[in-house]
Ligand binder design. Structure first.
Ligand code: SF4
Length: 254
């Protein structure tokens, strides 16, 4: 069996467990999504309330989704098998794969996610890019956790993440419907650190992947799903002020 088929086989095996009934994790789940883990680092109480009182997506969330979609407009759809094959090929310049679904097991628990953008060459993960649309251009700890779990997951699936860098690109919400995202003509795609135009603004930060650190973060997150602790609320008042659940939450600081 070639390496791409092996990676695909492992991915499919993990994914086949995700929707089995009788999940032993919190909320009866079988798997933990990377976006939920990132949300735990924002406020764990939000994760719990999202499950108990699901609410429709806010306008801000819809804008973010639209922004992500417009960036991938020109991407060619390819099968998962094709993606893995392309990622392993030796080439002069790395290849970019958008919206790559990943899955692996941590202590027998499926961890699943969708990587915004990953650059590969000969099986090496050269760069993982995580994009956020926000009113603030700050980089929060949850962004680091999310991007680094993608780096970790790609390594666990069989790619080489020993020298992986990750990049966090934060764009103002006003950028989400900009046509320059679709054709990637916005200057933020030309490796500059910050860019501002009459419509919006964006910042880009690049970091080295730290496997040891993210494994500790993952272990902390998994303990919640294993029911080892109650949800921990944020201590940041501004988060509660902006929270959809502030009216229901007994810990709200708003
Ligand atoms: S109100 Fe505050 S503590 Fe409660 S879920 Fe929202 S962000 Fe968390």
């Amino acid at each position: 069996m070639d390496i791409a088929s092996e990676i695909l086989g492992k991915y499919q095996e993990v994914m086949s467990r995700v929707f089995e009934s009788g999940g032993r994790l919190r909320f009866g789940r079988n798997a933990i999504s990377i976006s939920s883990i990132a949300q735990q680092y924002y406020c764990e109480k939000v994760v719990e309330l999202n499950h108990e009182h699901p609410l429709p997506a806010t306008k801000k969330m819809q804008q973010g989704e639209a922004g992500h979609e417009s960036i991938t407009t020109l991407a060619e759809p390819v099968s998962k098998e094709e993606c893995f094959k392309e990622a392993l090929i030796e080439r002069e310049k790395p290849i970019c794969i958008y919206e790559l679904g990943i899955a692996w097991e941590y202590k027998g628990i499926p961890i699943i996610g969708l990587v915004d953008e990953a650059w590969f060459r000969a099986g090496d993960v050269e760069m993982v890019i995580e994009r956020k649309f926000s009113n603030s251009l700050k980089v929060y700890s949850s962004y680091h956790v999310q991007a680094q779990l993608y780096c970790l997951g790609l390594g666990e699936m069989g790619f080489n993440n020993a020298d992986t860098l990750y990049r966090i690109m934060v764009l103002k919400r006003a950028c989400a419907d900009c046509p320059k995202l679709e054709d990637r003509s916005c200057d933020i795609f030309t490796n500059i650190r910050s860019y501002q135009c009459e419509k919006g603004e964006s910042m880009m930060y690049t970091y080295e992947f730290n496997k040891e650190g993210i494994l500790k973060d993952l272990e902390w997150a998994v303990e919640f799903w294993q029911g080892k602790r109650d949800a921990i609320p944020t201590k940041v008042k501004a988060k509660c002020k902006a929270c959809q659940h502030k009216g229901l939450c007994e810990f709200s600081l708003a």
